[in-house]
Design a protein around this ligand. Sequence first.
Ligand SMILES: [Zn+2]
Length: 136
Amino acid sequence: MEVCLVAVQHSPDDPQPRPRPLDIELDRRGTLRIRWSHGPAHEIPLTRLRQRCPCATCRAERESAASNPLHVIGRAVNADESVQVETAELMGRYALRIVWKDGHDTGLYDFGLLLELGDAANGADQLSDNVKKSGN
Ligand SMILES: [Zn+2]
């Protein structure tokens, strides 16, 4: 385990605050940029966001794709629209709802997922060492 070098100050009645976005900028044809309360700024490609859509339909699709030996690669006719954003809105203080240009609008990206995707897209390599060592 790495020791965190930054001293975290806890005030007694304030539990450790979870990271939250201070600033979210959505480029409809490119990337989602988030500046987080704990410091980092992330750029997440929209293609990546769409691939990881957390709604039940997309999750089921990914699961069946994972167990299917057939993989069809390439662009469908309106593939562009599936990775462009029509609009987006914040759902309270916990999630971002994205409406895609192809009409798909059931994905609620909670901030934990956005943080995970942002870390992955921006190379949090100092964390990856610890992930798979806990088994033995
Ligand atoms: Zn979805």
